[in-house]
Design a protein around this ligand. Structure first.
Ligand code: HEC
Ligand code: HEC
Ligand code: HEC
Ligand code: HEC
Ligand code: HEC
Ligand code: HEC
Length: 325
């Protein structure tokens, strides 16, 4: 991450900063130097429910109409990635069009630019990735920085990496385009745990295995989940994971209907050997047999229960003496 120009100044303690400002004010008195506002200058209104509230806003990129809360929770901001940073970010670091504007301001401000001055490197890593290239080829709009880095209440509260909301939000964002993979992830131990709400970084979500910005296909030699790096990726949590352990299937597609439709297509085109070339076919066979046994057991049990129930009804009728039921 690249440091901002004024980060050096804002890193100092508040009293030191005002002292500096005081000094600069006298030094450049005639030059019209603008002194940066503190958080309090903004909280005067944005912390007061009598002065600000919910307003409707049209998203300039998507055209979507949203109700946005102008009331700012300073505590939540202080817990966010920027709020807790040693660089001591203040509001106008991001809302730069209010630099030097005190008190009332125009209602519509520019969208915050996360890239140009602060995060150009991570942005390039994402925007120039083959993953984004593939999205464009498929005419899908790539997610924005704030889609994956959204805070619970506002994009202002950029979450830290281990934040539970952030972790589930990234899964959700990936799942918007990869429904099948999200589904199969959720049928597995990892996804079951995260769906149950275990959202610590001990249970992997999409990016613990695939990475966040530069995602490569598993057959790429550099992919985190490819043959070369799988042991390392799984080994982050499963100490002692070896070549055999990583054969475990992260996305058991055999639990989806699409898998059987595709297997049928392969069968008609390439015959049974084509189908058996996919290791998931064997699992599918076991899975189908297993489900068959369960279904059989339930139908026997269910049929028996149904007969018992009819029997009880008949008995009741006989002995009920004309009561309405
Ligand atoms: C005098 C009160 C007041 C002060 C001081 C103030 N604001 Fe606001 N701000 C408002 C109000 C009211 C709105 C909502 C405008 C509307 O009704 O649409 C607003 C809206 C905003 C918005 C939303 C803009 C948009 O495009 O949707 C941002 C961001 C914002 N303020 C940031 C700040 C920052 C940063 C500061 C400190 C430098 C600050 N405000 C100081 C009253 C204030
Ligand atoms: C790290 C950058 C950053 C900082 C620091 C920051 N904001 Fe924002 N703020 C954003 C982003 C991003 C949005 C979402 C709208 C956008 O993209 O322009 C936003 C939105 C807002 C809104 C509109 C309501 C909403 O939730 O969308 C208000 C009001 C606001 N900020 C006030 C403040 C105040 C007051 C401070 C200082 C306590 C502050 N911001 C600090 C990035 C920041
Ligand atoms: C598809 C989801 C996604 C999108 C879109 C995305 N990121 Fe990230 N980003 C992640 C994940 C996952 C991480 C790693 C966990 C974390 O630090 O939150 C990350 C980490 C980061 C980090 C901290 C680590 C680093 O590399 O310096 C920064 C800064 C960052 N992203 C900025 C951006 C910016 C700027 C954009 C927009 C160009 C963006 N991200 C778009 C998912 C995304
Ligand atoms: C806006 C849609 C979109 C989002 C959001 C998205 N992807 Fe993708 N992803 C695609 C497209 C399109 C492809 C190309 C292959 C395809 O058509 O499925 C792709 C490919 C991939 C691949 C294979 C690599 C390749 O280059 O073919 C992986 C792995 C992947 N995505 C994982 C993720 C993960 C993890 C996330 C969340 C951090 C995510 N995707 C978010 C659309 C998206
Ligand atoms: C435990 C690690 C792990 C997690 C968590 C995980 N994946 Fe995967 N993913 C893999 C592996 C390994 C492969 C390659 C083999 C396969 O297809 O099963 C893969 C394959 C994929 C592919 C096919 C493209 C390719 O690279 O072969 C997509 C798309 C994908 N995953 C998306 C996701 C999404 C979306 C999530 C989160 C909902 C997710 N994955 C969670 C390990 C993981
Ligand atoms: C972020 C940590 C993390 C990563 C990365 C991770 N796992 Fe897991 N995995 C877990 C946790 C936590 C559990 C559930 C508790 C347990 O069994 O240890 C689990 C459970 C499992 C299980 C079922 C339980 C068992 O021990 O039989 C298998 C199999 C498994 N993981 C395989 C993998 C494979 C293969 C990879 C790499 C593609 C991987 N995991 C990556 C954390 C992780």
């Amino acid at each position: 991450m690249r440091a901002r120009k004024r980060a050096g100044i804002s890193g100092l303690s508040i009293s030191l900063r005002s002292l500096l400002a005081f000094f600069l004010f006298f030094a450049f008195c005639s030059g019209g130097l603008v002194i940066a506002q503190e958080i309090e200058d903004c909280m005067e209104c944005h912390g007061d429910p009598e002065k600000v509230g919910r307003v409707a806003r049209v998203d300039r990129e998507t055209g979507e109409v949203k109700v946005v809360n102008m009331l700012v929770e300073q505590d939540a901001f202080m817990q966010s990635a920027h709020g807790r940073s040693k660089e001591g970010f203040v509001c106008i670091d991001c809302h730069q069009d209010l630099d030097g504007v005190y008190g009332e301001h125009k209602p519509l401000l520019n969208t915050v630019d996360c890239i140009t001055f602060c995060h150009d490197d991570p942005a390039a890593e994402f925007l120039e990735s083959t993953h984004v290239e593939h999205m464009k080829e498929k005419e899908k709009t790539p997610p924005r920085c704030t889609d994956c880095h959204m805070g619970k209440n506002s994009a202002r509260e950029t979450p830290v990496a281990e934040d539970a909301f952030h972790r589930s939000n990234v899964n959700k964002t990936c799942g918007q385009c990869h429904e099948d993979y999200l589904f199969t992830y959720c049928t597995n131990m990892h996804g079951q745990l995260s769906t149950l709400g275990v959202l610590t970084d001990e249970v992997p979500n999409c990016y613990d295995c695939h990475g966040g910005h530069d995602i490569l296909k598993s057959d790429n030699p550099d992919s985190n989940v490819g043959e070369n790096h799988k042991v390392e990726t799984c080994g982050k949590c499963h100490t002692g994971a070896g070549k055999n352990f990583v054969k475990h299937i992260a996305h058991p597609a055999f639990k989806t209907r699409k898998f059987y439709a595709e297997a049928y297509k392969t069968f008609t085109e390439k015959g049974i050997l084509g189908v058996l070339a996919d290791p998931q076919s064997y699992l599918a066979l076991v899975f189908v047999l297993y489900m068959g046994i369960i279904a059989q057991a339930f139908s026997m049990f269910g049929g028996h229960a149904l007969l018992m129930w009819i029997r009880t009804l008949l008995d009741e009728r006989k002995g009920g003496g004309g009561h309405d039921h």
